[in-house]
Design a protein around this ligand. Structure first.
Ligand SMILES: [Mn+2]
Length: 236
C-alpha cells in the first residue's frame, strides 16, 4: 500500500497570521497528484491553526473560521482518501470532528503508527495551557511581523524537546517516539510536530517526521509498504 503523510499545514484564517503560505489552487493540484499515486493520505495534525485568535481560548470558532478561509481544501480533506489526526494546534478537532490522536495500520506485514507528536512533547503534555498561550503569543508576533523572535522561540522549543537532528540516537523526541512504537508493537512511527523532516533508523524500527507542509514548502512523506520504500519528499 502507498500512503502519503502531510502535517503541520497550519492553515489559518487568512492574512498575516496564516502560516500556510500556499496558493489554495496550487495546493489542490498537489493533492490531486498525491491522490493519484497513493491509496491513502494521512493528515498528521496541526492541519488547522486554531490558536491564533486575537483573544485566547476561541479554538472551536477559530477552526470554523480557518475552514471558511480555505473552503476547497476543507472539503477535500473530508473525502474518504484522507485520515485526519489532530495535533496540538488543532486539538479542538478531537471534539468538533472527532479527529483521533493516533492511527495504527497493519499493511503488507508492516505495523505503522501515526501520531502528531505532541504526545512526546513534555511542554504540551505537562503544561498544555501554557504551551497554547505561547502559540497564541506567536500569533501576535506574526501579526506584528517579528519573525526573528518567532525563529528564536522555535529554536527554544527544539531545545526543550531535546531534538538533535545530527545525532538521531540522542534525539529525545525521536527516542520517545520509537519507545512509544515499541510499546504499541509498531515497526514504523510517523510524526510531525517539530517541523523538522527526518527519516532515521533506530535499531529495527524506523522513525519518520513529515516536516511542515507550510510556508510555501511542499514537505511530505511517501510510504510504500509493498516495496519497503520510506522517503521524505520536497516539492510537488
Ligand atoms: Mn504541533
Amino acid at each position: 500500500m502507498k500512503i502519503a503523510v502531510l502535517s503541520d499545514l497550519h492553515l489559518g484564517h487568512g492574512g498575516r497570521v496564516d502560516g500556510f503560505g500556499h496558493d489554495d489552487g496550487e495546493f489542490l493540484t498537489f493533492l490531486n497528484r498525491l491522490e493519484a499515486d497513493h491509496e491513502r493520505i494521512v493528515l498528521a495534525g496541526d492541519v488547522w491553526e486554531t490558536l491564533h485568535s486575537k483573544t485566547p481560548g476561541k479554538a472551536a470558532r477559530e477552526l470554523a473560521r480557518c475552514r471558511a478561509a480555505h473552503p476547497e481544501i476543507a472539503a477535500r480533506f473530508e473525502l474518504p482518501h484522507y485520515t485526519y489526526l489532530h495535533g496540538n494546534h488543532d486539538f479542538v478537532a478531537a471534539n468538533v470532528v472527532a479527529a483521533p490522536d493516533m492511527l495504527h495500520l497493519n499493511v503488507d506485514g508492516t505495523r505503522l503508527l501515526f501520531m502528531h507528536g505532541h504526545q512526546m512533547d513534555w511542554v504540551v503534555k505537562n503544561a498544555r495551557a501554557f504551551s497554547e498561550f505561547v502559540v497564541w503569543l506567536g500569533g501576535w508576533v506574526m501579526r506584528l511581523g517579528l519573525s526573528p523572535i518567532k525563529r528564536l522561540v522555535e529554536r527554544f522549543e527544539e531545545v526543550l524537546r531535546g531534538e538533535r537532528a545530527d545525532v538521531p540516537e540522542e534525539d529525545r523526541f525521536q527516542l520517545a517516539s520509537v519507545a512509544r512504537a515499541a510499546e504499541l508493537g509498531a515497526d514504523i512511527v510517523v510524526t510531525g510536530h517539530t517541523h523538522n523532516a527526518i527519516v532515521a533508523e533506530h535499531g529495527d524500527r524506523l522513525f519518520m517526521n513529515s516536516g511542515s507542509c507550510s510556508e510555501g514548502v511542499y514537505s511530505w512523506l511517501s510510504l510504500d509498504t509493498a516495496q519497503g520504500r520510506y522517503v521524505h519528499q520536497v516539492g510537488i
